[in-house]
Design a protein around this ligand. Structure first.
Ligand code: NAD
Length: 537
C-alpha cells in the first residue's frame, strides 16, 4: 500500500486515518470487532485509539464495562471443561493450524500492528517470528512440560504417588500495546494448551491486532467461548479481569503491576508479572567493538525503544570508550527513521503523542541538568507526528529522570567505567532487573560477570534478542521488573496447579488393627534409621 505524505502535526479533529491498510474494509473491521465480548452491557462507548502515523482514529472498537468481564468469564468458565477434556494433541492441532495461518497471513497482522502502534515493519515481523516459534514449541513440547511426575510413595512398594498438573480454569492475560501480537497471544497459547480458557484484555491502543489473532484462532478450530477478548479502559476492565479469573498473567508497567499483584493477593490467586526495566549493556575492554556497537544500536532502538528488554544504559570500559563511542555514533546516525508499511525503515514511529511527550521530557530534563546530546535528541515531525531521532546521551547523572527511570523510547545513555567491578556497580544501580548484556571476546569471563548482574536474562555478545529468542529458557524480571517467567517449562506450568495423587494398595496408612502403637512407632523409627544408613533420598 502507499502512504499519505507525512503530516507535520498530529491531526486532532475527527476523520478517519488516511493510512488505514487497504484490505481493512468496514466489513473486515466488523468481522474483527465481533470478537469483543460485550454480552451484558452492549458496550460503554468505543475505544479512542489513534494511528501514530497520522494521529487520526483507527477503528471503533466497543469498550466494555466490568459487568461484561464477569459475563465473559462465565462463558469462558462454561466452555473450559470440554476444552480441557480434549487430548493435548487435539489442542495442539488447533495451535499448529494457527501457526500455519499466521505465517501465511503475516502481512495482514504486520499492517495492523504498524497501523495501531507505528513500529517499523521488521519489528512487527519479529512478533510474528516469536509467536510462530512459541506456538510450534509449546504444541510440540507442552505435553512433556506438563507430564505427570511419578514420585516415591509414603510407604515405598506399598503406596505410590504422582504429581499431576490440572488447569487453573480461566486465565486472565493483560497485555500492553508495545507488542500486541507477541504479548497478547504468546502468553495465551501455553495457557490454552494447558487446558485453560482465557480472558484476554486488549490494550486500548492496540485492540485490532489481538482481535485479528482471535479470529485466526477461530479459523484454526478453537471453540467459540474458550478465548474471550475484552476491551476497555485499563483500570476498570483490567481490575475486573483480576477480580474474576483464576490466575492472571500481567505484562505492563511496574506501577500497574503492583496494583495487580495486590488485587490478586487479596483473592489468593496466582499472578505472573512481567514489568519494566532499565537495562544495561556492558562493553568490556576486550570486546569486539564493531559487534558491540552493532548490538547496542539494534537493542537500544528496536521497536523504537519501546521494548521492555531494550537497552537504555551502555557502560563502556574506559580503555575503549572513545573508540566505541565513535563507532556507536556512526551507526546511530545511519539509522533510517520513518513510517512505511514496508521494510524500508530501521526505526519506526513512537506509538503515541503521549510516548513522544515522555521521551522529550526525559531528554529535556537531562539536558537541563547538564547531559550532552551526542546524537539525535529531538523529535522528527518532518518524518511523522510521533517520530523521534535515535538519541545518545553522555554525562547522565543520578538526579536526571533518564538515569534510572525507564524512558521507553529510542534514547540511551553512555557511561564510562574503569574495569568490570565499576561496570557491574553501575549495571546493578536502581531497582529494576529485567535484561542485561555483556560484550566480550572472553565468553567465560562474560559469563562470570553475567551471574553477578541482577537481571532475569543476560545476553553475551548480543543486545537483547538472544535470550528472548531462546524460548526453551524462562524469561522475566527480578526486583521491580516482576515475578514469574514466560517461555520454557515455567511459561506453561504456571497455568496449571500441581495436584498430588497418592494411592495405597493396603488401605489407610497407620498401624494395622490390633497392633500396639508403641510397636508401630518402634518400626517407624527402625525404618528412619535404615533409610538414613542406605542414603535414601
Ligand atoms: P500499563 O501498566 O499502563 O498497561 C499495561 C496493561 O495493563 C494495559 O492493557 C492496560 O490497559 C492495563 N491496565 C492499566 N491499569 C490497570 C489496572 N489498574 N489493573 C489491571 N490492568 C490495568 O503499561 P504500559 O505503559 O502501557 O506498557 C509499557 C510498560 O510495559 C513498560 O514499563 C514496559 O517495560 C512494560 N513491559 C514489560 C514487558 C516484560 O515482559 N517485562 C514486556 C512489555 C512491556
Amino acid at each position: 500500500m502507499t502512504l499519505a505524505e507525512p503530516t507535520t502535526t498530529p491531526a486532532t479533529g475527527p476523520g478517519e486515518s488516511t493510512v488505514r491498510p487497504d484490505w481493512v474494509t468496514d466489513a473486515r473491521l466488523a468481522s474483527l470487532t465481533r470478537w469483543v465480548a460485550v454480552p451484558a452491557s452492549g458496550g460503554d462507548g468505543t475505544l479512542a485509539a489513534t494511528a501514530p502515523y497520522d494521529g487520526r482514529p483507527t477503528a471503533s472498537v466497543p469498550a466494555g464495562v466490568p459487568e461484561d468481564v464477569a459475563a465473559a468469564v462465565d462463558l469462558a468458565r462454561a466452555a473450559q471443561p470440554a476444552w480441557a477434556e480434549l487430548s493435548f494433541e487435539d489442542r495442539a492441532a488447533v495451535v499448529l493450524r494457527f501457526h500455519d495461518l499466521l505465517v501465511e497471513r503475516q502481512d495482514e497482522v504486520m499492517d495492523l500492528i504498524q497501523w495501531e502502534m507505528g513500529k517499523a515493519r521488521f519489528h512487527a515481523w519479529q512478533e510474528v517470528l516469536q509467536v510462530a516459534n512459541l506456538a510450534r514449541h509449546y504444541a510440540r513440547r507442552g505435553a512433556s512440560y506438563l507430564a505427570d511426575r511419578k514420585v516415591r510413595g509414603a510407604m515405598p512398594g506399598l503406596t505410590s504417588a504422582r504429581e499431576v498438573r490440572v488447569p487453573q480454569g480461566v486465565v486472565g492475560i493483560i497485555s500492553p500495546w508495545n507488542y500486541p501480537l507477541y504479548l497478547g497471544v504468546g502468553d495465551t497459547i501455553p495457557a490454552l494448551l494447558a487446558g485453560n480458557a482465557v480472558l484476554g484484555k486488549a490494550d486500548p491502543q492496540t485492540p485490532l491486532t489481538l482481535l485479528w489473532t482471535r479470529a485466526l484462532m477461530a479459523e484454526a478450530g478453537l471453540p467459540e467461548h474458550v478465548w474471550q477478548v475484552v476491551a476497555g479502559p485499563g483500570a476498570a476492565i483490567g481490575e475486573a479481569v483480576v477480580d474474576h479469573v483464576d490466575y492472571v498473567a500481567f505484562t505492563g508497567s511496574t506501577a500497574t503491576g503492583r496494583t495487580v499483584a495486590e488485587r490478586a493477593a487479596r483473592r489468593l490467586i496466582g499472578a505472573s508479572l512481567e514489568l519494566g526495566g532499565k537495562n544495561p549493556l556492558i562493553v568490556r575492554a576486550d570486546a569486539d567493538l564493531d559487534l558491540a556497537a552493532r548490538g547496542t544500536v539494534a537493542a537500544a532502538f528496536a521497536n523504537t525503544g519501546q521494548m521492555c528488554i531494550h537497552i537504555e544504559r551502555v557502560i563502556v570500559d574506559g580503555s575503549v570508550y572513545e573508540e566505541f563511542r565513535e563507532r556507536l555514533l556512526a551507526l546511530t546516525s545511519g539509522q533510517k527513521v520513518g513510517q512505511t508499511f514496508d521494510f524500508g525503515c530501521d526505526v519506526g514511529s513512537l506509538a503515541s503523542a503521549a510516548q513522544l511527550e515522555k521521551v522529550e521530557a526525559h531528554v529535556a530534563d537531562a539536558v537541563a541538568k547538564g547531559a550532552t546530546v551526542l546524537a539525535g535528541g529531538r523529535a522528527r515531525p518532518d518524518l511523522g507526528p510521533c517520530c523521534y531521532a535515535p538519541t545518545v546521551l553522555e554525562g547522565v547523572t543520578e538526579e536526571m529522570d533518564v538515569c534510572l527511570g525507564e524512558t521507553f523510547g529510542p534514547v540511551l545513555a553512555l557511561y564510562r567505567a574503569e574495569g568490570d567491578e565499576e561496570a557491574l556497580a553501575i549495571a546493578n544501580q536502581g531497582s529494576a532487573g529485567l535484561s542485561a548484556s555483556v560484550f566480550s571476546r572472553d565468553v567465560g569471563a562474560a559469563d562470570a560477570l553475567a551471574r553477578r548482574i541482577r537481571a532475569g536474562s543476560v545476553n553475551i555478545n548480543d543486545g537483547a534478542a538472544l535470550a528472548a529468542g531462546s524460548i526453551e529458557a524462562g524469561m522475566g524480571g527480578r526486583g521491580d521488573s516482576g515475578l514469574g517467567r514466560r517461555h520454557g517449562a515455567e511459561g506453561i506450568r504456571k497455568y496449571t496447579e500441581s495436584q498430588t495423587i497418592a494411592a495405597s494398595r493396603i488401605g489407610p496408612v497407620g498401624p494395622p488393627p490390633g497392633m500396639a502403637l508403641e510397636r508401630f512407632v518402634a518400626m517407624g523409627n527402625g525404618q528412619l534409621r535404615l533409610l538414613r544408613r542406605l542414603r535414601v533420598r
